[in-house]
Design a protein around this ligand. Structure first.
Ligand code: FCB
Length: 448
């Protein structure tokens, strides 16, 4: 007999997995990331998304086969995104066949008892929009709202959980400041203009969705890193930590939830009205320990330097920390806005699956403890279901519960897939499950 009690989840807790159109569908040739990945030197392994996980092709039916696997695993929900470049391949053209395929996919989920959560923008832009300036175009907000309206009118009967934009600050920062994604710019001004436009687009799209589908749940998905000074008492570390948190986290939260848009260098942006969001989506991939460093202007002079005792990811993300307590802090911060929270992404790249079981268990334990302390967390979406194409990391960082060979499209469930199935069946983290899958974590999980 063990002395530990199970950590139980609420009875209607939504256990899920998250995916994104470009990373899964395959042959998304009409967007700016496809163009980018075909430029020399942009993707670390020189790979292209190609067929990705081959979810688009209806005849081969690989999405449907994965949904069978999701059903067998007990998944209650699946997050996927609609590809703007498919449903609106040209400014004045909409593609009903693409809508039909999305309807098939959403229906296939419903038939398996899996509730879809649909994201409208997950990093990629139609080529025509990119040519018009992308998120710097003066009319981008209107264009996004038109697209959102169209999708919701066509798919609204099959979806009642909408994420407008995935990780706007990550998109703005990586595309317009680090220059690592299309259009490859390195400009603070552009970064904040894009952030301001995305905040406005979110608020306006949420309003449009509610007009058409008043009962729908609508939210923004925000990557929430927790920022801490590397040297807690060092004034310069504290100063730059504050800058990073304000500019990466707080400004857009203020814009969206309070109607105060104060992005530096983006004076043109009008203040959006405070949004009427139904939920907050948190993506969590670890904390940042910030050390003042004059050589790092692009991070506002704050270098992410993990403390010596920190547990780290493997290469190529060896500078990322593993810290489930940070997830609990992120939930606490966001739950204070008084809206339900979904963990819309959390995951680890771990091809051998030696570390993922403990990762999954400790992060889910953090979620459970946040709920027990009063946070209204409705669901958790593991990133991701089947290994998919990871942007500039190409195929080098497999996150899946199920391994994929992109050449043969063969799927092999990892041990973590069985763990997730058992957790869902128990609706709890039980001592038996921990003993079976990650015995080394038993004290960490139950004595936290
Ligand atoms: C998130 C993205 C998702 C995937 C994971 C690993 O920032 O939303 O598409 O790249 O990271």
């Amino acid at each position: 007999m063990t002395r530990y009690h199970p950590l139980e989840f609420p009875p209607d807790f939504l256990w899920g997995a998250a995916t994104a159109s470009h990373q899964n569908e395959g042959n998304n040739r009409n967007n700016d990331f496809w163009a980018w990945e075909h430029l020399p030197g942009k993707i670390v392994d020189g790979s292209i998304s190609g067929l990705a996980t081959d979810w688009w092709d209806a005849e081969r039916g690989r999405a449907e086969a994965d949904f069978d696997r999701a059903e067998a695993m007990g998944l209650k929900t699946m997050r996927l995104s609609v590809e703007w470049s498919r449903v609106q391949p040209a400014p004045n053209r909409r593609d009903e066949a693409a809508i039909d395929r999305y309807r098939q996919l959403l229906l296939a989920l419903h038939q398996r008892g899996i509730r879809p959560m649909v994201t409208l923008h997950h990093f990629t832009n139609p080529l025509w929009l990119a040519e018009q300036g992308g998120w710097l175009d003066d009319d981008v907000v209107g264009k996004f709202v038109d697209y959102a309206n169209y999708v919701v009118q066509k798919l609204g009967d099959l979806c009642d959980l909408w994420c407008t934009i995935n990780e706007p600050m990550v998109y703005a920062y990586v595309s317009h400041l680090r220059g690592e994604w299309s259009p490859g710019a390195k400009s603070f001004g552009q970064t904040f203009r894009v952030a301001a436009a995305m905040a406005q687009a979110h608020v306006a799209a949420a309003q449009a969705i509610h007009q058409f589908q008043p009962q729908a749940g609508v939210g923004l998905v925000k990557n929430i890193p927790v920022f801490d000074p590397a040297r807690p008492r060092h004034p310069l570390d504290r100063l730059v930590t504050g800058w990073q948190d304000r500019l990466f986290n707080q400004r857009i939260l203020d814009a969206v939830y309070k109607g105060h848009a104060k992005f530096p260098l983006a004076a043109k942006a009008a203040n959006p009205a405070p949004g009427h969001d139904d939920f907050i989506g948190i993506n969590y991939y670890g904390p940042h320990s910030v050390r003042f460093d004059l050589r790092e202007p692009f991070t506002l002079f704050g270098k992410n330097v993990a403390p010596p005792q920190a547990e780290m990811w493997d290469a190529p993300w060896a500078d990322r920390q593993i810290d489930p307590a940070g997830l609990r802090r992120a939930i606490k911060r966001m739950a204070a806005y008084g809206k339900p929270v979904y963990i819309t992404e959390n995951g680890l790249a771990d091809p051998a699956d030696t570390r993922r079981p403990r990762f999954l268990l400790t992060h889910l334990a953090a979620v459970q403890r946040a709920i027990a302390a009063g946070a209204d967390v409705r669901g958790y979406y593991y990133w991701t279901f089947v290994d998919n194409y990871e942007w500039v990391e190409g195929w080098t960082t497999p996150f899946g519960l199920i391994a994929l060979n992109p050449e043969t499209q063969a799927r092999t469930p990892r041990k973590s897939a069985a763990l997730y199935r058992d957790l869902i069946a128990a609706n709890a983290i039980t001592p038996e499950i921990v003993e079976q899958y990650a015995p080394e974590a038993i004290a960490e999980i139950f004595e936290a």
